[in-house]
Ligand binder design. Structure first.
Ligand code: DSN
Length: 443
């Protein structure tokens, strides 16, 4: 009986929370650069009967019966990924970006081998060798490169570091870096030391397939892309081996497949696989190119508005979908700026800035992105308005200083939170944001 009852009847508590979250998503300006609004078709596949199935293995090589339709779905997802990214091998099973990167390391490295990735504070990801607390930084010998004082990756420094440390793998990719990569230059560095070249394009995958950013496919050995950021699909990831990767090691695709399953994962989430296939189909449509182009235009206009009003941005601007606001000139921590913006219904995340003197929990910046608001149809005019609001919110909280002693920080943030809720200026911006979001319904 329970099987045919609606969610609201079976579990009114969860049902209500989903309704409230849906309302929240439509009422706020969603500006966390890694978030987006997946289409109804993608969400339909996620909530479909495919969640019932087990299909350990790969198409036509399963350990379970009953996979004839799942095989077709996974083959479609693989074929679409290969076509869209221009690669000969694609694995669509990784549960998300972190397991996908781990699978690459497991496939091609031995414990203790040297990997080289960008520091977290410079815009890198935890799985790019962050020391002490991550698998990538403890199972392997991790050497990290960094950005210069303006936030740019210094390629001469990277080349020298690679020559000195001889990494077996170089990871090129970021979560908070606003500039375009010179993939050819990275290839040269990898070749100079014989390193594997892993391009982690999680953030910019949608910009690459939308034709507004160069693709690393002609240069890298392996591409890793999460599927839910600019690509606008479900939570998941793609691991792709390029033509170059297969020349280097014809077994690279098999090794990566084996590392994903059975190396690190069990059965693939077939509902996600179908949703990935749908997202890849959507990304191959002409409208996706316009969306990708508008994301970058919007980010540039927003960055320009913030800069004109005196905010500092890492690298002084952006070429992609995101920007990192460096709040050190204001002296306020990212936590307070992000919380104040949320009171004004502008949702961002606090973020470390290059060479941040503060720890990641109390970083000196915030990260903003335009993918989700672009999906809602917002354009340059709205970016200028949003930029004004962001500046105004930051001005409103610029006098707050983080206490030096750790014990005082919790009570201080609690007190600030109450004050932010009562702040009339933030309330007034929230009202204006509500009016704006009503004009741009979540598709
Ligand atoms: N959490 C993702 C991001 O926000 O960029 C990276 O894994």
């Amino acid at each position: 009986m329970i099987h045919i009852m609606s969610l609201n009847t079976v579990d009114p508590q969860i049902s209500k929370l989903i309704t409230l979250e849906s309302q929240r998503q439509s009422e706020v300006l969603e500006m966390i650069p890694s978030e987006n609004y997946a289409s109804k078709a993608v969400r339909e596949a996620l909530g479909s009967v495919l969640t019932n199935k087990y299909s350990e293995g790969y198409p036509h090589k399963r350990y379970y019966q009953g996979n004839r339709y799942i095989d077709e779905i996974e083959e479609l997802a693989m074929a679409r990924a290969k076509k869209l990214f221009g690669v000969p091998h694609a694995n669509v099973q990784p549960y998300s970006g972190s397991p996908a990167n781990s699978a690459v390391y497991m496939a091609l490295l031995h414990q203790g081998d040297t990997i080289m990735g960008l520091k977290l504070s410079g815009g890198g990801h935890l799985t790019h060798g962050h020391p002490d607390v991550t698998f990538s930084g403890t199972f392997y010998r991790s050497i990290q490169y960094d950005v210069d004082e303006h936030g740019f990756i210094d390629m001469d420094y990277v080349a020298d570091l690679a020559k000195k440390e001889k990494p077996k793998m170089i990871v090129v990719g970021t979560t908070a870096y606003p500039r375009i990569f010179d993939w050819k230059a990275w290839r040269k560095i990898c070749d100079s030391v014989g390193a594997y070249f892993l391009a982690d394009i999680s953030h910019i995958a949608g910009l690459i397939v939308g034709g507004v950013h160069p693709s690393p496919a002609p240069y890298a050995d392996i591409l890793m892309a999460t599927t839910h950021k600019t690509l606008r699909g479900p939570r998941g990831a793609l691991l792709m081996v390029t033509g170059r990767g297969l020349v280097k090691d014809p077994a690279m695709g098999d090794k990566i497949d084996k590392a994903v399953f059975p190396g690190l994962q069990g059965g693939p989430h077939d509902n996600v696989t179908a949703a990935i296939a749908i997202a890849l189909h959507e990304a191959s449509q002409p409208a996706f190119k316009n969306y990708a182009k508008q994301i970058v235009t919007n980010a540039k206009v927003l960055a320009d508005t913030l800069l004109r009003q005196g905010l500092a941005l890492s690298t002084g601007g952006t070429d992609n979908h995101l920007m990192v606001v460096d709040l050190r000139p204001q002296g306020v921590i990212g936590n307070i700026a992000a919380e104040a913006l949320e009171v004004a219904s502008i949702v961002v995340n606090r973020n470390s800035v290059p060479h941040d003197p503060n720890p990641p929990f109390y970083p000196s910046g915030i990260r903003l992105g335009t993918p989700a608001i672009t999906t809602r149809g917002m354009k340059e005019k709205e970016m200028r308005q949003i930029g004004e609001w962001i500046v105004s919110v930051i001005k409103e909280v610029s006098h707050y200083r983080l206490p030096a002693t750790k014990e005082d920080r919790g009570p201080f943030l609690k007190k600030v939170r109450t004050e932010l809720q009562e702040n009339k200026q933030l309330q007034s911006i929230r009202h204006s944001v509500t009016l704006l979001t009503k004009k741009f319904p979540v598709p």
